[in-house]
Structure formats: C-alpha cells, structure tokens
Design a protein around this ligand. Structure first.
Ligand SMILES: [Zn+2]
Ligand SMILES: [Zn+2]
Length: 75
C-alpha cells in the first residue's frame, strides 16, 4: 500500500491589485491585471484604473436638459 499524496494544486486566485484572495478574477483588457470584483469592473473587463479612463457609459445624465456650464460657445 502506498500513500498517494494527492497533490491538489489549489490555485488560489489572488487579486493583483489589492492582494486579497477572491473567487473570481477578471483580467483587465487594457492593462491585463487580474483584479477581483472590488477592484474593477468585471462586466467591462476593466480595472478601476483603466475603467476610469475609458468611461464609455455616461448615458445616465442624458435625461435632463440641464446645461450647467455652457463651455461650448461655437458661435
Ligand atoms: Zn482586489
Ligand atoms: Zn487595467
């Protein structure tokens, strides 16, 4: 009889940003960093760093027609 040491390689997923273990890692499509749900936007595949720069979804404020600062004086 031999002991079969089960070498289960438990690959712990560690967020590369906060260093915490996480169940789900997402790879940023911009910089490639693996981040947890709390360090980026998993649905966008962007870390906070890159997600902030992209900002492609600011459609929420399209409802109101409040033009606070009219910087665009084109005429
Ligand atoms: Zn994290
Ligand atoms: Zn990134």
């Amino acid at each position: 009889m031999y002991d079969e040491e089960e070498e289960l390689e438990i690959k712990v997923k560690v967020c590369e940003i906060c260093g915490e273990e996480t169940e789900r890692l997402t790879a940023c499509r911009m910089c490639g960093v693996n981040f947890c749900d709390e360090c980026g936007y998993p649905e966008k595949n962007l870390c906070f760093d890159c997600g902030d720069e992209v900002d492609e979804g600011l459609e929420d404020e399209a409802d109101e027609t409040l033009v606070e600062s009219s910087e665009m004086d084109e005429d």
